[in-house]
Ligand binder design. Sequence first.
Ligand code: NAD
Length: 477
Amino acid sequence: MTPNPQEPSFRDSVDIMFNRAVALMDLPPGLEEKIRVCNATYTVRFGVRLRGKIQTFTGYRSVHSEHMEPVKGGIRYSMAVNQDEVEALAALMTYKCALVDAPFGGSKGGLCIDPREYDEYELELITRRFAYELIKRDLINPAQNVPAPDMGTGEREMAWIADQYKRMNTTDINGVACVTGKPINAGGIQGRTEATGRGVQYALHAFFRDKEGLKKAGLTGGLEGKRVIVQGLGNVGYHAAKFLSEEDGCKVIGVIEYNGAVYDEKGINIEALKTYINHSGSPDGFPGATFTTNGAEMLEEDCDILIPAALEGVINLGNAARIKAPLIIEAANGPVTAGADDILREKGCVIVPDMYANAGGVTVSYFEWVKNLSHIRFGRMQRRQEETRHQLIVDELERISRDTSISWTLSPNFKEKYLRGAGELELVRSGLDDTMSDAYRTMAEVWHGRDDVTDLRTAAYLVSIGKVAQSYRAKGL
Ligand code: NAD
């Protein structure tokens, strides 16, 4: 995508949104600047011998704010990675963690690479070398800086990073906590892979419970039957679209990928489309749907909910005026530029901001980090004890039923559901749901409660900057 010269950079876009909120706050002189600036960005260039020659790669790890440590943020593999992008994403991590009460500062990393160009063995060599460069400078460390997956990376890369850290720090008993988003058998947690998409679903549940918010978006009713368009069927977009269509009755009418988009007003079967793309590499030819090569145009189609879940800047000065969706939920980071945000707010479009909408990933990453440090699976100590206590109640109810003349029975499945104690996945989901509901409530109170706040993004910034400011004050700054 060629940047529009009138459009600020991603980093500037984040700062413009930050400044809009700060103008409504009463912070001590200088604190606003301290919070806004990025503390440090490390650039590394390293060589890896591949296919008979040395190839040089460029990577970054940016630390935006260390008001809490460790700092946290994903590692992205993409050809578009650059310092401005990594710094913008690190800033968003600071605000996101504060908003959902994940006790971390903000960081982000990226490697300028197209992962599709390399096989698994080559990617492992490159990832281990990149991790080595960051680990030896404590830019990957369970107490200081904990990465996670982002665009172009997943649990496989996180497992390589964790293993590389352990090889270099053999006596660190908490070594596995140096990175989150790992596979279960390498210290991961149930529910992390789908956590960001699941968080998008919970965010929409919270939004649809907010009658005033719905009214502002001009929407009525629940999620059932709502027409959804999703951009990016990767980790975040796929899980969000899958849960919304399979569990909430949404109709996903459009899916946009980098090489084209498919449309079907009857609703697309997400699982079938994902399998199709995995085999053919493109949505082109997916049965029953209309294919178009210019995917970006589908962002402008009529729908109830638009979910950009691919990359930043896709809704910009060039197309914002033509966007018809009354509700946009930013599953990706920074999909709406500051200029587009102004146009959309004027039109009355409600935007559920990235720092909240995609916070499910860092929330469950926090649970994974805590699990790693405590060296025990959530629920392991309590589950059987909980089941035993529930059994006592069920036995007592059944005894009362036998010993009295009143005839009643427990409803079908009650016993089975009630008796089952919570395992790790149930606990992760409940913690995530609670976090997303709570964070929505704090944003909505500001959004609906202050006359000078007209959008959810400003409300989100006000809440999170307020929390970061409190941390700085507590440190004596
Ligand atoms: P991913 O690499 O798994 O998926 C990205 C998808 O977008 C891929 O299917 C890719 O083909 C598609 N895509 C790329 N360019 C596109 C284009 N121009 N048009 C349409 N589709 C395009 O990445 P992800 O982890 O799902 O991340 C997506 C977004 O969500 C990013 O902005 C990321 O920062 C954000 N995010 C991810 C997580 C996480 O846990 N993975 C957490 C928070 C935020």
